[in-house]
Design a protein around this ligand. Sequence first.
Ligand SMILES: Nc1ncnc2c1ncn2[C@@H]1O[C@H](COP(=O)(O)OP(=O)(O)OP(=O)(O)O)[C@@H](O)[C@H]1O
Ligand SMILES: [Mg+2]
Length: 558
Amino acid sequence: MSPREDVGRNPILVCAPFGRDGETIAGLLRGAGYSAQVFGDLDRLVSALDQSTGAVLATEEGVAASTVLAAALADQPAWSDVPVLILTSRRHSARLSADGISGRLLADITNAILLERPLGARSLLSAVDVALRSRRRQFALRDQMILLAQSHDALELKVRERTAELEAEVAQRAKAEAALRQSQKMEAVGQLTGGIAHDFNNMLTGVIGSLDIMRRRIASNRLEDIDRFMDAAQASASRAAALTQRLLAFSRRQSLDPKPTDINSLAASLNELIRGSVDERIQLRFAFAPDLPRAIVDVNQLESALLNLAINARDAMPHGGELTIGTRATDLGEAAAQRLGVAPGSYVVVSVSDSGVGMAPDLVEKVFDPFFTTKPLGQGTGLGLSMVYGFARQSGGHVRIDSRPGDGTTVEVLLPATEEEVADEMSATDAAPPGDGQRVLVVEDDPAVRLLVREVLEELGYLTVEAAEPHAAIPILASAMPFDLLISDVGLPGMNGRELAEIARSHRPQLPILFITGYAENATIRADFLGARMSMVAKPFRLEELAAKINAMVAVSA
Ligand SMILES: Nc1ncnc2c1ncn2[C@@H]1O[C@H](COP(=O)(O)OP(=O)(O)OP(=O)(O)O)[C@@H](O)[C@H]1O
Ligand SMILES: [Mg+2]
């Protein structure tokens, strides 16, 4: 930009209080194309001073008399430093400079330019030109600062906008994920409920149908082949019992009886059973680690888990192959244990491997889902691996599956190892004398179960006293009536069986107590639940099993 273009915008403010100096100078400036404004005194000049001011031109005597200019200049924005051209006094030049007034001016006015008089027009104009150039650089600086501030603001705004967008996206995704999880959960629940309903209906049809036929046959006195229907009802009911057992195992709510167990001999004892369940084209092998520590586990459930795995292996090898049951010990450190969601420490691993069809990864992901099966209707319930998984988790262990299509499958069950000795089993089938008029208190809220228990007790020769709920049982326990055994349900209205047992023991410290449990949240680990002279039988039970337990308990207390 040339000086001429600054004319309107950046005036030169002139103050020359004596004579016609001001007008002369202004005329000279205007003649050269500058814009000039003349002021009679410095106060007025200062009030016209603003950011658009190009420069100030004043005589030394005018400036020296006033402090307002210095104050106004000190007030400028950071980018601004208005050039002040000072024409030194013609008469006093030497004296003023000598006593330092010009020096003081130079200190107060940071951008002062002293012009020694006499001064030719060309020198004045060239000084003004230099001053305006420096002023224009200040304007350029100001514009850059404004731009910078604007782009900084714009950037901040952009960042804020983008952040908000991202937050909205994240929230949206979380919502979608939650919805997906919910729908997957509902699908799983639906699959579970549907599966149970379907299987139970089949089994109930077997039970109800057989009972109906039996009732009709008995009414018309045709008893010859009634056994067939009894067996059919029994078989259906047993299948239903097995189903609930697996469901409880899956939900980790079965009543477990973990004991220190030698896994090698347990697995070896399954030899016959497994050989009997697979065809001859399948070779059964054992690969046992020597000096295996004992595992703390419920023996019956582990047998059932291994049998489930062996049957799966058999089904994966329709044309024969190799089925290997192996054991080994392993130690899990902090990190490995945390990955599996178990406690760090020693574990016994029992594995079932086959050389069968194997599975693709997306199939492996689903096999633990309850009722997930690839087998034809009626051949698999899809609860085998669910049961194994639930059982292993409830036992403080884990299940790992390793499979590749066409390359066989290995399922490993990890069980916590223990230093404890194998406990001496007191077999429930120990011969026990039949009842001899001893008295048994039965606390059970389900009338059908109460009926069955009373029937068994009476057949065994015991006297039965019944209570349908714990509060009815308490006064009986507090009474003087003699009892040889308390049989109590665990899940009772108002108070659980364990609490009732405490009350019973407060009145009768030696009374043996037998619990009957369906699914008992608090009774899942029997050893933690049972006290001295307490025992447990799980629903549904066979009557012989119940009878044997009752006899053993009464006999021990006798
Ligand atoms: N060893 C294996 N090799 C190949 N596939 C297997 C193996 N074990 C399980 N699977 C697959 O996992 C599915 C689920 O197994 P799971 O044992 O839970 O149920 P199931 O065997 O189908 O039925 P159930 O065990 O209740 O009779 C099977 O249908 C099969 O597709
Ligand atoms: Mg199975």
